[in-house]
Ligand binder design. Sequence first.
Ligand SMILES: C[S@@+](CC[C@H](N)C(=O)[O-])C[C@H]1O[C@@H](n2cnc3c(N)ncnc32)[C@H](O)[C@@H]1O
Ligand code: SF4
Length: 385
Amino acid sequence: MAVISVWVGPMSSLALYIHVPFCGQRCAYCHFDIKVLHPRSDPAAFELRYLDALQQELNHYAGEYGGRSLSSVFLGGGTPSRLPLAALTRLTAAVRAAFAVDPDCEWSMEVNPEDAHPTYLNGLAELGFTRLSFGVQTFDDRALAVLKRPHDGAGAQAVLAHCARLGLPHGFSLDLMLGLPYQTEATLARDLDVIAALQPPHVSVYMLETDLPTSLDKTGRGLPMPDEDDQAEWYERVVARLAALGLAHYEISNFARPGFACRHNLTYWQRGDYLGLGPAAHGFVGACAWANHERLNDWQAAVARQGHGRASEERWSAARCHNEVLLQGMRLLRGIDPEHLSVAQRTALKVHQAADLLQYRDKRLALTVKGCLLANEVFTSLLDS
Ligand SMILES: C[S@@+](CC[C@H](N)C(=O)[O-])C[C@H]1O[C@@H](n2cnc3c(N)ncnc32)[C@H](O)[C@@H]1O
Ligand code: SF4
């Protein structure tokens, strides 16, 4: 199996996550704390209040960490592409005014296909976004309709083809989901054929989580749902097909051509420092972890009161930081240096080696493809020993 080397940014740099909570609708499987902007509401007023608070929070952190430059900026959601170009112009200018930005900084943004008109995508490239990540999920129209996604498969293909022509420095990505209603081996094979034709430099693959209070919970609400054995087999098939397309499996859910792994997310997995702005965002600097208020109004009120939206923060012990490094590092297919494991941890992990969930590769201990599907079992052993 090809395992790509991962990017390591300058240790003094920071990653910056900005959470955009707005969505045009609630998708059937979504449990995120989002703010649906109905046609009757005034989106511009919401965006303005949100941007004002974001700018205040940004300035707060610039006061604290302004001496450090940014290696990545990631706009996630929610649906960042609900923000018009004018709002994104203000936001990106505010980031550049608050922090120095590394010359090869990765500027990523999540984009929903229905928002991605060619002029909008061109505008994002002009604003300096270097990487776009599209929430495609599947190209199958029947599944998209029951998921309550507003785009269709042909539209998503056109968007991705346009994005490919933009030649963004850090490429583009699409999210694919396994375990969807109406998904079969045949629909999955068609999705993979479309990916083969589009040749994206990055793909993320997520198993549909159904243990969540959504309108598509584990009952499937009477829809035909693939069973867990099918999903596990499909995951292994997807890994093999993406590898054949030159997309190496570098993290449990992520695949990239060499040089196109997501730098921002690698900062999380390599336990680098990152700031989190906006409702529900998390941050981690040194040994200090924090979580912002989840609801838009609570976050805005906290920012007005204290300059930042933190609802809780915690200083982690050296032991907890060490375990976090192991846990996050284990998500990467390059695995971890076993020298960093305690004797108890090494002993506890042996059972997973015997079960073919873990294996030694290049003297590092790493998840197997089967292990990726049962990663939580491995993580529990790591933490409990
Ligand atoms: C945080 S969401 C936000 C992106 C964007 N709003 C969208 O829906 O495309 C990023 C990705 O998480 C995945 N995701 C969301 N809900 C999920 C669920 N219940 N189970 C598994 N993956 C999920 C989807 O693949 C989605 O594209
Ligand atoms: S667009 Fe994304 S974040 Fe918004 S409701 Fe749908 S899945 Fe959730």
